[in-house]
Design a protein around this ligand. Sequence first.
Ligand code: DGL
Length: 273
Amino acid sequence: MLTHRSRPIGIFDSGVGGLTVASALRRLAPNETLIYLADAARLPYGTKSPQTVTRYALQAAKYLQSLDVKMLVIACNTASAHAVGAVRKAAAPLPVLGVVEAGAKAAAQATLTGNVVVAATEGACQTGVFPKLINAARSQTSVTQVPCPLFVALAEEGLGDSSIADAMARDYLGAHFGPQSQNDTLLLGCTHFPLLAPSLRRIIGPGPNMVDCAEAVAQQVVAALNAHDLIADASTVGALHLFATDAQSRLSKLAAKLMPDLGPTPAVTLIDL
Ligand code: DGL
């Protein structure tokens, strides 16, 4: 029987992107056991309606709850933007953290000029949640949202650091940065996008802050575990269990790349939601 502190943390995303959250969390909280669910059969979420994404998010959350998790992390900005309220209501009293809130807060803290560019999916941008939350954290901030839907496919294909990613990044974001621009911060408002960080850095240049929503939410998870007295024992060796609704080998490959200690081919369990 697991004590309430040794229970796992449930994390989900539409695909491999949320592994950036799992990986950041393993670095910050190595004693925690994580269960990661990639709903790859229904990827991308970023082009789907709020109703559909909410339904998918509720199903993913329910599945993770059936595995007796102590906390849920929505490691998808799109699902957080559409469905964090619905998931919180359905999962109560389980603590639920959304990556959007963490990323927006980190971007508000990072900007000096008050001019922030948010790269995200179409669906997340349409909700208007980024300007709303960034302005709530730092008033009079100018937020430019740039939908970058093709970045998701590049990240899924493992092409985040490539000439094709450079070209796409230039096309989407090149005009928003440069010597004439007041923008000093780029928020990666999709958990797939940190996988494109090398290409993005080449395009925006060395000056601007690049805020990684995955790092930001990992820090909030640790704070929330402390606040709820849910930190795993220091003697526990944390594990990562991977689940996917499709494309297991893709998830396994990226997990091995981001977290080499998992071995060359971490096991992925195929499930249906
Ligand atoms: N990784 C997801 C996000 O953070 C979405 C990618 C997608 O499925 O479109 O928004």
